[in-house]
Design a binder for this molecule. Structure first.
Ligand code: IFM
Length: 500
């Protein structure tokens, strides 16, 4: 039986009476308590390739993103992560900033090509030492480290050997997870295997707007399966090595809305839910791929790459699930009036990131927009969190990414005032609190991002940070949103943003 969509606007659930194309951004549900619970993790997140720089130091080799950035026309302005925001050298200053902001957790990712340069064999001591130093610095500052093992930077050597469409990459990933677990497991307890495997599989191998830039729908489906398998194998490896580990995965689940309440548009929701959400939730949490996904993609593949024991390997008990959310997705049954492939690959188009959903159209969601053009709508976050809580009531949740890009400017007095970002964070934290009041077991929230950084195909043109970075001098300046977030983190109280 297919898993029902995690969105309430599923074929089996009636669409909102207010009309699905113009959903109210007012939050539904119970009145939440005034404070977040004690022990709730207040964090910010980054990823290795986006912030570290030091691309050729300590024995690090090229990842697929180094190669992609060096390929003309792939990344805005020819930007690369070679220097990024120099977190590799400035991590002490950055941890001091986190402490000043009252953060109680920091989610970073470990760079696979820094730790295991060829993607196989022994670890590079210098690579592991960097993460030991970072973790120790965090612990000394009273900040809980939360490590992601894979945030898109596959060692190029593994891609040259076939990449995620090949089964061996999943096996290599489990070996790498074991190396990192052995080295850091004595001090680091919160682990996420993969960040947004949907992007790795479907933007990396489907639409090609992310590294390695391949455009092959079957390769994308194979990659999704081997990411699932890599997750399961890594969880098993870490369980054996780090008994205290709190293990998870971070998924960018799509909060879906049909353009109209018609059966056809609701079927479009079902298709995108299958290839966008349940392709990971199904095997990871329920031990099977959704039957409707197999049917939708039967013209492309028979899924023979899924071996008999794989679903069991993939479905490992998790201690929590990470949810990344930015904006909802509106779909219809036909491409008429639909937005063609958007730069970030979230639309349809010739090289689609949605195998098996060719006749689905994507439409702009209503509401104000961020600098990415993404609609601001916190009800999507509430929808995802409460949907998950209903389906998996015993699984604790953390929002492992949420945030917004705006065109921040440094004022004459050197400050950066970003009231739109503060309003965005406030509205989404209100959604988290409301979801908790409605029964979701929420344990933490991580703003994306701690620092302005390398925004993948957009290079340095989009700023998501709580802290402004001058990319020429690497000077860090906390924005007004960071000051506001610091107050919330210190008090656990969600105060409305103060006007100018
Ligand atoms: O910057 C990215 C991050 O690496 C993954 N999630 C979405 C963010 C904003 O696009």
């Amino acid at each position: 039986m297919p898993l029902p969509p995690v969105t309430p606007s599923s074929p089996s659930t009636p669409a909102s009476p207010s009309g699905p194309a113009t959903p109210s951004t007012a939050l539904p549900g119970a009145t939440p308590p005034p404070r977040f619970p004690a022990g709730f993790l207040w964090g910010a997140a980054t990823s290795a390739y986006q912030v570290e720089g030091a691309a050729a130091e300590g024995g690090r080799t090229a990842s697929i993103w180094d190669t992609f950035c060096d390929t003309p026309g792939k990344v805005f302005g020819g930007h690369t992560g070679t220097v990024a925001v120099d977190h590799y050298h400035r991590f002490r200053e950055d941890v001091r900033l986190m402490a000043e902001l009252g953060l109680t957790a920091y989610r970073f990712s470990v760079s696979w090509p820094r730790v295991q340069p060829t993607g196989r064999g022994p670890a590079a001591r210098q690579g592991l030492d960097f993460y030991r130093r970072l973790t120790d610095e965090l612990l000394t500052a009273g900040i809980t480290p939360v490590a992601t093992l894979y945030h898109w930077d596959l060692p190029q050597e593994l891609e040259s050997a076939g990449g995620w469409p090949e089964r061996t990459t999943a096996e290599r990933f489990a070996d790498y997870a074991a190396l990192v677990g052995e080295a850091l497991g004595d001090r680091l307890h919160h682990w996420t295997t993969l960040n947004e495997p949907w992007c790795s599989a479907f933007l990396g191998y489907g639409s090609g707007v992310h590294a390695p830039g391949r455009t092959d729908p079957v390769a994308a489906l194979r990659a999704a399966h081997h990411l699932n398998l890599g997750h399961g194998l890594a969880v098993t490896a870490l369980r054996g090595l780090v008994p205290a580990a709190q293990l998870s995965v971070s998924l960018n689940l799509h909060a879906l809305r049909p353009l109209s309440p018609s059966a056809a548009d609701r079927d479009a929701v079902r298709r995108i839910d299958a290839v966008g959400n349940r392709v990971f939730l199904g095997p990871m949490l329920e031990g099977a791929y959704p039957e409707d996904l197999l049917a939708d993609t039967a013209h492309l593949t028979d899924w023979a790459f899924v071996r008999a024991g794989d679903p069991k390997e993939i479905q490992q008990p998790l201690d929590w699930l990470g949810v990344n959310y930015y904006t909802p997705t509106v779909v219809s049954a036909t491409a008429e009036g639909a937005v063609p492939a958007r730069e970030d690959g979230h639309g349809g188009g010739t090289d689609s990131p949605w195998p098996g959903a060719d006749r689905v159209g994507f439409h702009p969601a209503p509401g104000e927009r961020t600098a990415m053009g993404w609609a601001v709508d916190p009800t999507g976050l509430h929808q995802l969190l409460t949907g998950l809580a209903r389906r998996h009531p015993d699984l604790p949740l953390m929002v492992t990414e949420n945030g917004a890009s705006y065109e921040d400017e440094v004022g004459e007095d050197g400050t950066v005032d970003d009231p739109e970002r503060t309003a965005y964070l406030h509205a989404h934290l209100a959604a988290v609190r409301r979801a908790a009041a409605d029964g979701a077991d929420l344990r933490g929230y991580f703003a994306w991002s701690l620092l302005d950084n390398f925004e993948w195909a957009y290079g340095y043109a989009k700023r998501f940070g709580l802290v402004h970075v001058d990319f020429a001098t690497q000077a860090r300046t906390p924005k007004s949103s960071a000051r506001w977030y610091a107050r919330v983190a210190r008090t656990g109280e969600l105060r409305p943003p103060v006007g100018p």
